[in-house]
Design a protein around this ligand. Structure first.
Ligand code: SF4
Length: 547
């Protein structure tokens, strides 16, 4: 057992792997070893969805309930699961074989509905398939855990990532460029963070390079939890080398020796592949000491598993959890580039940002700036799901309209598109000529298409259930306000909401946005505001009390 607080979450997960759950006795034992109060260990353990605090079944079945899954039949799959297992969601079978749970998006939206059985992923589910999987588990359980899974890709138009020689960016950097050159070239390229916040990557690297500190860190944010997003999973599965190369470039530019991939728990199935790629890079002297023969340039990467908390996608929350704390966003400033992990200058970049940085250094600024628009340079990966004939990951230049994207994915006839995941914008048909780019819809990349027959109150209910579940609870508006909005949506569904109360809830939406500390609370009311703005007739078609 380790002795550093930052080992707390890996220790909790290791205990769970061994014993199936983390008992209070185990928490006390870990607390004693790490010399931290037991209540803090309990506070961390109870924060994360995938740390089991009580015994669960040998097979934990987690069915994704994001909107794409619901639209593609998750409810009929859920019925089949309940019937086959004879239990409700949240319960364990009396023989201790199965636990049945809902979970939020597991990054399989274009192959929805999807579920995890322990760490295996099953997608494109139908009720007969689910029945078969349960039977297989029952039979195989006597001898081994299930090994079947079908995480395949049905599409891909990712071109830029494979169109230059492997590791040419890193070779160019160490042979021709100083660390300052690397950050400067990215600044000139106009690359902005692809996770959604859109901060200029070169500027971030420069700030971290200039920040004082003998120890610095590069973190790859692979906690892809925004519902509807799965492009980072595809990148890590197909182009992990490029992502690690981007981290190494960042290490070179910033002067960091350590890189950490913060991998979401739902992507545990990717870990063996990623570890193998890292090892191959060490063997090729692309990681380790004196990389590619460059004296003094040393950098290595390790993988840290998340434990299931959407809010840890926010960089300061991610850092908190890396330090062994609850993943609660910090006040800023100071920013991570000055005081991040363990108080040291830290760069946190999204998976796609790092892979794109490699492409730019390999192929040059002019190539990148010739694509896109004035304020949005280059290309972007879009994860497309929902009511369209061709869902998948698309690599497209910035500047396309929502309408053009819909034509490409055959989502013609949609009534609305969720652009940028649940925290993005619900764009109605009348606004399909809006542009995807930082001029207008600067987004993280999740696109969910809603066809004509979709009930927008069901959409709002689904989003708000997610936000209520995922709020870290620090801000009163976010913690209580989102629950009030969810209650309001349910009153509207039942036709028992008054006009006055509806207006109060719209007012509440705006105050949640302004009083919340992080992006979750700042964006969670967007859907409530949007359905009232764009789908008022649909809402009013149900009875609304006058007073
Ligand atoms: Fe936590 Fe919500 Fe506040 Fe973000 S806005 S810090 S998730 S309570």
């Amino acid at each position: 057992i380790g002795s550093e607080r930052s080992e707390l979450i890996p220790l909790l997960l290791a205990y769970q792997d061994e014993f199936g759950y983390v008992s209070e006795f185990a928490m006390q034992y870990i607390a004693d070893q790490l010399k931290i109060p037991a209540n803090e260990v309990y506070g961390v353990a109870t924060f994360f969805h995938f740390i089991n605090k009580k015994p669960k079944g040998k097979f934990i079945i987690r069915l994704s309930r994001d909107m794409s899954s619901i639209m593609k039949g998750a409810k009929s799959v859920a019925r089949q699961l309940r019937n086959d297992l004879g239990i409700r969601f949240g319960e364990t079978t009396p023989d201790g074989m199965f636990t049945l749970e809902w979970t939020s998006c597991i990054g399989m939206n274009y192959q929805a509905p999807a579920m995890m059985v322990n760490n295996e992923v099953f997608s494109n589910l139908t009720p007969p398939m689910v029945h078969r999987i349960i039977e297989e588990c029952r039979q195989e359980a006597r001898t081994r855990r299930p090994t079947v899974g079908n995480v395949g890709e049905t599409f891909s138009s990712i071109l830029s990532y494979s169109s230059h020689a492997p590791n040419s960016a890193l070779t160019r950097a160490v042979e021709e460029m100083t660390p300052v050159d690397v950050a400067s070239e990215l600044t000139v390229s106009g690359l902005k963070g692809r996770g959604g916040a859109g901060f200029p990557t070169g500027v971030k690297w420069s700030l971290a390079a200039k920040a004082e500190g003998d120890v610095k860190y590069i973190i790859c944010n692979a906690d892809e939890g925004e519902p509807g997003t799965f492009k980072d999973r595809v990148l890590l599965g197909k182009y992990a080398d490029l992502v690690f190369e981007g981290m190494t470039l960042a290490g070179y530019a910033v002067g960091a020796r350590e890189g950490i991939v913060y991998l979401r728990y739902e992507y545990t199935h990717l870990r063996p592949h990623l570890e193998a790629v890292l090892e191959a890079r060490r063997q090729a002297n692309l990681l380790g000491e004196n990389i590619l023969g460059k004296d003094g340039f040393s950098f290595d990467i390790r993988i840290h598993m998340g434990a299931g908390a959407y809010v840890c996608g926010e960089e300061t929350a991610l850092i908190e959890s890396l330090e062994g704390r609850r993943g609660e966003p910090r006040n800023r400033p100071p920013y991570p580039v000055e005081k991040g992990l363990h108080g040291r200058p830290t760069v946190v970049n999204n998976v796609e940002t790092l892979a794109t940085a490699s492409c730019i250094i390999a192929r040059g600024v002019n190539w990148f700036t010739s694509i896109g628009t004035e304020r949005s340079k280059g290309f972007k990966l879009f994860s497309v799901s929902g009511d369209c004939a061709r869902p998948g990951v698309y690599e497209l230049p910035w500047g396309m309209t929502v309408r053009q994207l819909l034509e490409l994915v055959d989502g013609v006839g949609a009534k609305a598109v969720q652009v940028g995941g649940y925290t993005g914008e619900l764009v109605p048909e009348s606004q399909f000529d809006r542009v995807m780019g930082y001029e207008d819809l600067g987004i993280g990349g999740s696109i969910i298409v809603y066809g004509k027959g979709r009930d927008m109150l069901e959409v709002a209910e689904n989003y708000l259930e997610f936000f209520v579940e995922e709020s870290c609870g620090q801000c009163t508006g976010c913690r209580i306000g989102n629950q009030k909005l969810l209650d309001g949506v349910r009153l509207l569904q039942k036709g028992t909401c008054s006009n006055r109360y509806l207006n109060d809830l719209i007012g509440l939406s705006h105050s949640i946005k302004t009083t919340s500390k992080c992006g979750l609370g700042q964006a969670s009311p967007n859907v409530f505001i949007a359905i009232n703005e764009h789908f008022k007739e649909e809402i009013m078609a149900r009875p609304v009390l006058a007073a």
